[in-house]
Design a protein around this ligand. Structure first.
Ligand code: HEC
Length: 118
């Protein structure tokens, strides 16, 4: 009986540590996402995500582009994107060839955190 309780305590401790570790990883990712946004995306999308000039979609709209899945947004940012009839397209990687796949994933997480509904 005593042994059993001890085992439970150890298990609970392990879960707490895993929780702390993933909280740290999340913070690092969205910090990188913000840095990517501020260097590569802000010129067109603006500080507040509403678009710096005409032709750039408002990313903060609750019925807007962020309704698309992470995978779809990832592909569109990575490869460039122009919707049918749109007056202006977005260049691949927002025009910054040095962005890694991880940078693009991080910046999408940042968009959702900062401009999304949640
Ligand atoms: C040169 C201007 C420009 C830059 C730089 C730029 N974008 Fe865009 N972005 C656009 C335009 C214009 C659209 C809308 C294209 C369309 O729908 O035809 C767009 C669309 C988007 C969309 C919606 C895509 C979809 O599937 O509807 C996302 C998400 C996005 N941009 C994120 C980013 C991120 C992240 C960066 C930085 C890595 C970035 N953009 C850099 C101009 C830009």
């Amino acid at each position: 009986m005593r042994n059993l309780n001890r085992k439970r305590l150890v298990t609970a401790g392990t879960f707490v540590s895993i929780g702390l570790l993933s909280a740290t990883a999340w913070a690092q990712d969205s910090t990188n996402g913000r840095a990517v946004y501020d260097t590569t995306c802000v010129a067109c999308h603006g500080d507040d995500g509403r678009g710096a000039f005409e032709g750039v979609p408002d990313l903060t709209r609750s019925d807007g582009r962020l309704l698309k899945s992470d995978d779809e947004l990832f592909t569109n940012v990575r490869e460039g994107f122009q919707s049918p009839g749109s007056m202006m397209g977005m260049p691949a990687n927002g025009g910054n060839p040095s962005l890694s796949e991880q940078d693009v994933r991080d910046v999408i997480m940042f968009l959702r955190e900062d401009f999304g509904d949640e």
